[in-house]
Design a protein around this ligand. Structure first.
Ligand SMILES: C[S@@+](CC[C@H](N)C(=O)[O-])C[C@H]1O[C@@H](n2cnc3c(N)ncnc32)[C@H](O)[C@@H]1O
Length: 317
């Protein structure tokens, strides 16, 4: 695989260390098929300065405008967000960000609710157990590969009980549409993919978007790339990946994860694994080991990182 630290159309993966707007300025119009990201939520995490909400939205507007410019006409943009919290009051970021996308003429296809079982325990409101993904398209003519992401039917043997199709199976044999509420464990301490990043995507969340909204060979872009989860999900499905990350230690972890993937050592939670059931029901699906299909990843710097993949026994979700 060819990895580059700067914009390069000949690379399969671009990991840019720095501000996403600087990378975006290098990128041509109509270049990527999918923009998928989780921006800082303005919560004062180690990688962000807390701003007045108006200033935060102005910053986001710049990144969104540039991301839309580099998006292909048949492409999609997925902005994954939770709540901004101001003195105990929550402001759902999808509500305040939606107008920015709408003003650019983007069309909202789904507001996907990502439900997970773990998080902070609130004492003055109900504990937050979901975030959302706003999925917009640039035009009405967009890629949507539903068959690639179908999930098993609840009652696969169910048949029509009357009418001309009586006795035939009523469901699609390829499985059902996954719907717009996705139950996927978030990456907490005992998740097989956990790194030191405080809020990384689970790979399976991005895999579903990559498979549904892009085709093999397409470019997938993450302006706030963190530890490279979007790049992993894209590369493991034969797409090309480009992303920016401002914190050097996260870029190093992203490179390390890609190195592990290329060496057949990166373990992820497989899409097929059911959510943990305390009663022990459901199949046991082991971690999936990623092995990208080429020999050596020519990393630009060969620095060692502090990151160690968690061991098998630490994983429960
Ligand atoms: C919510 S996290 C994204 C985590 C990512 N989805 C993952 O799976 O690792 C947001 C990331 O954006 C980075 N960031 C903040 N401002 C940035 C900027 N201007 N340009 C690029 N990255 C930035 C932060 O350091 C942080 O890692």
């Amino acid at each position: 695989m060819r990895l580059s630290s700067h914009f390069d159309v000949g690379a399969e993966c671009v990991l840019y260390e720095g501000d996403c707007l600087t990378l975006l300025k290098e990128m041509p119009d109509d270049f990527v098929q999918l923009v998928v990201t989780s921006p800082p939520y303005n919560l004062g995490k180690p990688y962000e300065s807390r701003l007045e909400i108006e200033d935060y939205l102005a910053q986001q507007r710049q990144v969104i405008e540039e991301s839309v410019r580099v998006l292909k006409p048949q492409g999609s943009i997925c902005w994954q967000v939770g709540n901004y919290v101001d003195e105990g009051e929550i402001i759902p970021l999808d509500i305040v960000l939606y107008p920015l996308f709408a003003a650019l003429g983007l069309q909202l296809r789904n507001r996907i609710v990502w439900h997970f079982g773990h998080g902070l325990h609130a004492s003055k409101r109900f504990s937050g157990r979901y975030e959302v993904i706003l999925w917009f398209t640039k035009t009405e003519d967009y890629v949507f590969n539903l068959d690639a992401v179908r999930v098993p039917q609840k009652y696969p043997q169910k048949k029509y009980f009357k009418g001309p199709k009586k006795g035939e199976l009523s469901g699609n044999p390829l499985g059902k549409n996954p719907g717009d509420v996705w139950e996927i464990p978030n990456v907490k301490a005992n998740h097989v993919e956990k790194t030191l990043h405080p809020c990384q995507f689970p790979v399976e969340l991005i895999e579903r978007l990559v498979l549904a909204l892009t085709n093999a060979g397409d470019w997938v872009f993450d302006p706030f790339m963190g530890v490279g989860t979007t790049a992993i999900a894209a590369l493991m499905h034969q797409r090309q990946a480009i992303g920016a990350e401002i914190m050097p230690e996260y870029v190093e972890i992203a490179k390390e994860r890609l190195r592990q993937a290329e060496n057949g050592q990166l373990r992820i939670r497989p899409m097929e694994r059911p959510v943990y059931d305390p009663h022990g029901a459901g199949p046991q699906v082991p971690p999936q080991v990623i092995a990208l299909n080429s020999a050596q990843l020519p990393l630009l710097e060969e620095k060692q990182t502090m990151y160690d993949a968690p061991s098998e026994t630490e994983e429960t979700p």
